[in-house]
Structure formats: C-alpha cells, structure tokens
Design a protein around this ligand. Structure first.
Ligand SMILES: Nc1ncnc2c1ncn2[C@@H]1O[C@H](COP(=O)(O)OP(=O)(O)OP(=O)(O)O)[C@@H](O)[C@H]1O
Ligand SMILES: [Mg+2]
Length: 343
C-alpha cells in the first residue's frame, strides 16, 4: 500500500499508527524514512539485519536466517556499507545478494527473510516514509522485491507514504506497480471529521467550543490536519473561559498564520534557489492552481522547454508535482495564499 497525499495531511501519523497495530498483531516492524540522496541499500541494511537476527532466535527459522545473514554480509560489502562487531566474522555466501545490482540483490534478501519469517510463523512489515525521494533504480528494486514476495506468497508487507507523484514514479519504474499496490489518498478531512478532530480533545479536557467557532476553523483551514492542529493549539492556549468562542478563534488567527508562515511554509521555500522561488512565485500569482506549464512560461516570458530543468528540480525537492492531467500543483496545501501574503 502507498499512502499518498500533500504535506501535513497525516501520512506519517497514519504510518506510525499502522506500525503500532502491526506490533500489537505480533509482526516484525521496520520503519524508515527515505532521505534525499541516500541509497535504499544503506537505508534497509540495518533493518534487514535486525529482522534476520530476530528470526534467527526462532528454532524453526534459525538455519534460513543464518543463511540470510551471510547473504547480508555479501550485500554489505558489494554496496560498500560499513559493518560493525559480530558481522565482521560472518562469511558471505557466494551468489546470494552479492551481484551489486540492487534489483537482484534486494529481492534475494527479501526472499530469505520471507522464508525465515514463514518458518517462524511471523511476518515482516516494512514502513517507508517519503517514498518520492527514492531514486528510480531503488524504487524499481523495491517494487520487484515486493512483487516477488506477493507471487511467492511470503509474509512481507510494504506500506509506503509519500507525495502524490509516487503513483506516477512507481508506474514509471515498473508498469505493474499500478496493480501491485493500493494507493489510498490521504487528504483534507471532511467537515464532520475536522470538527471532531478539534472538538474531541477540548471536550476531553472538560471544556466546550461553540458551533460557530468550530465552523469557522473548519472552513478556513479547509480541513487540512496540520492547519487544524496549529490553529486549535494556539486558540486553546490563548482562550481564558471554559467555552471557546468565535472571538477566541478569530483572535488567534494572526498568530496561527505567523506560526505557519515562519515554520511549515518557510522551511519549504527555504530549500529553493532564487530561480526556483521565482518559478513558484509566478505559479502562485496565477491563482489557486493547478497550473498549466504554458501559462507559467508565458507569465515568466520564457519558453516551456527552457524551464524544464527548473521545473524538474522543484519537483525533486518535493515542492510541486505534476497532476494526472500534466498540470503542476503545489504539494503544500494553501501554498499559493502563503506566497501571496509575502509577495
Ligand atoms: N488523525 C489525526 N488526528 C489528529 N491530528 C492529526 C491526524 N493526522 C494528522 N494530524 C495532524 O497533522 C499533522 C501532520 O501530520 P503528518 O506529519 O502525519 O503529515 P504528513 O502527511 O506526513 O506530512 P509531510 O508530507 O509534510 O510529511 C500532525 O502533526 C497532527 O498535528
Ligand atoms: Mg510525513
């Protein structure tokens, strides 16, 4: 499964919750976040090692798992991953996960883990956040590995989370990825859920909030979880009575905006170069979006092709993505309004 959604919509929160449930169900869990410019081999090596070592303590799985640890030894050396302590003495097994091609070696290791887990009567769930930062080769390897696990009916599950472009990236990496994964969208909350998210914690604290106050925050945040969280936290701290009123909510709006502008929005824009900022500024000036590339080029007085590299860089930084219809959109909710406030 790949959870897809804009920034601040609750993907990481959901991933953690899935991990918690899996833990209660007795599964082995690994949770990693794909950083920009780090290889999947390096990211997963310690997790695979941990899982194999844990499985090697189960009698029925010991032999398979120790073969896996040998495979991992070869894997570490071919992918130049530093190893420490006990592994130094482990001999690699020739031909297992040591080709240096991640698309072969990762499925090899997953298979051994899957077989060991099956023998142990266990399952392994791998949670990967920020999937859009994986390189195409790494994403392909991951897809191949999961595909093989599902075909061989081995107990390894992947739950990924990332920006909306992950569906396209996965499809481009392997066309069957479209059928391999479910892609639930994680987006703004509907009005009833947004109201509940704000009201329930207030009631749990023995206070109340008026209906008009609730409506105001739900409407103006458009139900985006992070904005609800931020605004509610600020008016909660500022309100003095037992009942939160529309006035309390309104009085905290400026502080909420300032906090979002200085944090949530600012950190995104600070990662862009001057030319990239110009590009997103121009997008924001065109209104709410999504935006046609032709309109952006026209507003900038440039040709579409000359803007290709800038566009690609901003996408790779996770600031914008290309929609199903080839339009560009911001990955951060209400980003156009932020830019307009600061232009
Ligand atoms: N189910 C929920 N109930 C209450 N608050 C939530 C829920 N989901 C998300 N939030 C709020 O939204 C915030 C953002 O959630 P989260 O960090 O999971 O977003 P994200 O989709 O991972 O964002 P990013 O793409 O920036 O990593 C949380 O810190 C929390 O305040
Ligand atoms: Mg997140």
């Amino acid at each position: 499964m790949m959870l897809l959604g804009l920034r601040g919509t609750g993907k990481t929160v959901l991933l953690n919750e899935i991990g918690k449930i899996a833990n209660e169900e007795g599964l082995l869990i690994s949770k990693v976040e794909a950083p920009e410019k780090e290889s999947l081999a390096r990211l997963l090596y310690p997790e695979m090692r941990k899982v194999m070592r844990s499985l090697s303590t189960v009698e029925a799985a010991r032999q398979i798992a120790s073969r896996g640890l040998k495979g991992l030894r070869g894997f570490a050396s071919i992918f130049k991953i530093e190893i420490a302590g006990v592994e130094v003495g482990v001999e690699a097994e020739a031909g297992l996960a040591d080709s240096g091609d991640i698309q072969h070696d990762l499925p090899d290791l997953f298979e051994v883990i899957g077989l060991a887990a099956k023998a142990a009567g266990k399952g392994w769930i791998l949670l990967i956040d920020e999937v859009q930062y994986l390189s195409e080769t790494d994403l392909s390897a991951l897809i191949v590995a999961i595909h093989e696990m599902s075909q061989k009916n081995l107990p390894i599950l992947l739950v990924g989370a990332g920006l909306p472009q992950v569906a396209r990236l996965a499809g481009e990496a392997k066309s069957y990825a479209e059928r391999l994964f479910l892609y639930p969208g994680v987006g703004a909350l509907d009005p009833a859920s947004a109201s509940q998210a704000v009201e329930k914690p207030i009631i749990d604290e023995g206070a109340t909030i008026t209906l008009e106050a609730l409506d105001c925050i739900v409407n103006r945040t458009k139900g985006y979880p992070f904005f609800l969280q931020e605004w509610a936290s600020i008016f909660w701290n500022n309100a003095d009575g037992q009942e939160i009123t529309l006035d309390d909510v309104n009085r905290s709006y400026a502080e909420t905006l300032a906090s979002l502008d200085g944090g949530f929005f600012r950190v995104r824009i600070d990662r862009l170069t001057k030319a990239e900022v110009q590009f997103v500024k121009t997008m924001a000036e065109l209104g709410e979006g999504p935006y046609a590339m032709a309109d952006i080029a026209k507003a900038l007085g440039r040709s579409q092709s000359s803007l290709g590299p800038t566009r690609a860089k901003i996408i790779s930084k996770g600031m914008i993505y290309s929609t199903d219809h080839g339009y560009l959109a911001f990955t951060v909710p209400l980003f156009a309004e932020f830019m307009q406030r600061h232009s």
